[in-house]
Design a protein around this ligand. Structure first.
Ligand code: ADP
Ligand code: MG
Length: 720
């Protein structure tokens, strides 16, 4: 039974170096060559058409048919020149993966390569194979994909990929991207209005995102010898290695050469696709790494993240490796997250989260800064639900990742500023910058990027010139958290504008009106601010006193996504309807159920097919040995103790897996998705997973290493 493991270990020993070759020495010579970027577009289109396209993209206007046709011809020629034969609409259904349906450019009827506006703009994939949460059966509508010109078309392999949204014929979103685009539009509108209180020249505000993708890498053969990794991306069993994370020598240590080659290779692919990857380094746990690009517009970087994950999987395969994007592939080791660095930038080039040395500019900064805190305060639960998943449940609150309690960290300097601003009372009107001096606003130092001021334990932290949403899971599509964050900002900024406007109508000077409202917000949102250790138990009880939610598990955290408050918010900003929200809720519950179900099955299967037979064989060996000792009149007390121990754990594995299977049978009869998900959480996962694992991991320590069937943690993690 241990044959597969030993074969895998042999393979690992004999892996040969995979050569990595960049198209040329300088990245700039191939960066973006596989993307139909603005520069490529400009080269391929007539100046007139190019202007029309960029104008439409910038202002989120529909591209007319004639223009689309010109783009279609240009992009087809661009693709054919590069040996491309097929095209596909590339979209992000609620399965979590990306989807595509390939069609050939070749038109057999005409005998030529053909690609028209119709094919560029709209397609009809078979929607029945994607989750819809009951939307389609209710409306009997088909789904279609529609070109999203704001994200560049790209060549992947031999296929031209056209980023699209995916919606039902009746208009309901069936993907991640459609609501995200709407949220970006909403925050743009609301933020522009607020910016214009300061600067009439602002016409557009773009949300930016820079993500940091954490992942693990293991050898392909070892991965294949672990059915739990293959089926669920997570090791359900496995004892901690003696040399674990304790040593901390992995972080920023040297990168093993096989991994280094793999990184270089996927970076080349990413750069050719126009994904501006910047940093690569080791993470906290052995076998864990991170990739981060230069930030950009949320919509584009969201696509880039989905695409990069795919690229990494393909390239890893070439290097006989597997990438694990699961949030917690290895128990007892650091999990993987995906920090979402987020900011708002005007079309005049101002980052609204950049404090400056000018008091006047800092009022603009403070406006967006305080409004963000207020938005998070009012909609913390919605943010929490946006990052809920079966995988992330293993990470949040596990003393290594932010807790499930949403709070905001801003650092001591800005805390002081807010406190001063709050306490100054009704400041006398003084004209000019003196007013701000008096409020202490001028005292914000120009740069607060001091690393020592960072609090790694906060789920939502201000880090110098951006906010960082750190509780996002490594495997998540960032669309959801980004959609929520931008929507709640749109709502908050809309309210802010109205309140300021009202005060001004009552005769309050503009800047004072702004400060009045900010001061109210600082007071009202104080409970969401937390500067201490987010991993501590004290914070859990303190947060409870502050009445902050602490929903640690997905089935209940998802309730937050369909509250009256949520429905009202989404409907007001035309992001999603109640029907769409409920459909999504259902899909996410189903997804949760499926994940826990698969893991539970995997645990029981491995137990009965691998663990129990192996342990029993070993137990028999021990018994024979003990008998022999007794025959010879030698003491057998110690070996008997070991036999007892082995027997005890085998019994526990048997009993627990049997009980768990029975529990599953009962729960599977439940119809209501929410009840079923909660039962799976409480009565399967929480009731059995840890105990079962405990018994198996004990056996791993007791049973002859030679016979153990599953690759061990030390074998998977310390790859060189
Ligand atoms: P960390 O120290 O957390 O690893 P980095 O400095 O490496 O942070 O930056 C992480 C990510 O934040 C990168 O993708 C970077 O491009 C992005 N980033 C930097 N500034 C901004 C900003 N103003 N808005 C959005 N993202 C940003
Ligand atoms: Mg970070």
């Amino acid at each position: 039974m241990a044959k597969l493991r030993h074969q895998a270990l042999n393979l690992v020993q004999t892996r040969e170096k995979v050569e990595v070759k960049a198209p040329s020495k300088r990245i700039s010579e191939y960066f973006g060559e596989m993307a139909f970027t603005k520069a490529q577009m400009q080269a391929a289109l007539s100046p007139d058409i190019f202007k029309k396209v960029t104008h439409s993209i910038r202002n989120r206007r529909k591209i007319d048919f004639e223009t689309a046709d010109a783009v279609a011809v240009a992009v087809k020629n661009w693709a054919l020149e590069r040996g491309v034969t097929h095209y596909t609409h590339w979209f992000q259904p609620l399965t979590g993966a990306t989807a595509e349906k390939h069609d050939s450019f070749f038109d057999p009827g005409k005998g030529i390569e053909n690609f028209k506006a119709e094919a560029l703009v709209q397609q009809e994939p078979d929607a029945s194979s994607f989750p819809n949460g009951g939307i389609r059966s209710t409306f009997e509508a088909r789904g279609y994909t529609a070109w999203d010109p704001s994200s560049p078309i790209f060549i992947y392999g031999k296929t031209l990929c056209i980023p699209t949204i995916f919606v039902a014929y009746t208009g309901e979103a069936l993907d991640y991207k459609a609501p995200l685009l709407k949220a970006l539009e909403a925050v743009d509108k609301a933020a522009v209005k607020v910016c214009r209180l300061f600067d009439r020249n602002v016409n557009k505000v773009n949300a930016s995102l820079g993500w940091e993708q954490e992942y693990f890498v293991v050898d392909k053969a070892l991965y294949n010898a672990r059915p739990d990794l293959v089926m669920g991306g997570r090791t359900v069993y496995g004892h901690n290695p003696a040399r674990g994370q304790q040593l901390d020598d992995h972080y920023f240590g040297s990168i093993p050469s096989r991994i280094y080659d793999f990184m270089k290779d996927y970076e080349i692919e990413a750069h050719r696709l126009g994904i501006p990857l910047m940093t690569r380094h080791n993470e906290v746990a052995p076998g864990q790494y991170e990739a981060a690009p230069m930030y950009g517009p949320v919509n584009e970087t969201t696509d880039q993240n989905q695409l990069l994950k795919d690229v990494m999987e393909k390239v890893a395969n070439k290097h006989n490796l597997r990438v694990l994007f699961h949030e917690k592939p290895f128990a007892g080791l650091n999990g993987s997250g995906k920090h979402n660095n987020w900011s708002l930038v005007t079309d005049t080039g101002v980052n609204l989260y950049q404090p400056s040395s000018s008091a006047r500019d800092n009022l603009l900064f403070l406006t967006f800064f305080v409004n963000t805190i207020k938005a998070v305060h009012d909609y913390a639960d919605l943010l929490r639900s946006s990052i809920a998943s079966a995988g992330n449940d293993f990470r949040l609150g596990a003393n290594e990742a932010p807790p499930a309690i949403i709070s905001v960290f801003i650092g001591s300097t800005l805390t002081n500023v807010l406190e001063k601003l709050e306490q100054s009372g009704d400041v006398l009107v003084e004209k000019g910058d003196n007013l701000y001096m008096k409020l202490g606003i001028d005292q914000i130092p120009p740069i607060i990027l001091d690393n020592t001021d960072r609090n790694r334990t906060s789920p939502f932290a201000f880090t110098g010139n951006k906010f960082e949403f750190r509780a996002v899971g490594s495997d998540a599509n960032v669309s959801d958290p980004m959609m929520v964050l931008n929507t709640i900002m749109a709502e908050q900024l809309t309210k802010f504008y109205q309140q300021v406007d009202k005060l001004m109508e009552q005769g309050r000077e503009k800047r004072l009106a702004i400060i009045d409202v900010l001061r109210d917000y600082i007071k009202a949102s104080r409970s969401i601010r937390f500067e201490g250790d987010g991993y501590s138990d004290e914070w859990v009880s303190e947060a409870a006193k502050r009445k902050l939610s602490n929903e640690r598990e997905t089935p209940r955290a998802l309730d937050f996504s369909v509250t009256d408050q949520a429905v009202e918010l989404y409907e007001k900003h035309k992001i999603m309807t109640k029907v769409e929200l409920e459909a999504r809720h259902e899909i996410r519950l189903d997804n949760y159920i499926m994940k826990v179900q698969i893991e539970s099955r995997m645990m029981a299967d491995l137990a009965s097919n691998m663990i129990i037979p192996t342990a029993t064989k070993y137990q028999t060996k021990l018994i024979e040995n003990a008998k022999g000792l007794v025959d010879l009149g030698l003491p057998a007390d110690e070996i008997k103790k070991t036999i007892e121990e082995v027997s005890k754990h085998i019994n526990n594995v048997r009993r627990l897996s049997h009980e768990m299977v029975e529990e599953r049978k009962r729960i599977n009869k439940i119809d209501d998705a929410r009840t079923k998900a909660i039962e799976y959480c409480d009565q399967v996962k929480n009731k059995y997973f840890d105990d079962l694992r405990y018994a198996v991991d004990k056996l791993e320590l007791l049973v002859d290493d030679e016979d153990w069937p599953l690759p061990k943690y030390r074998e998977m993690l310390f790859l060189r």
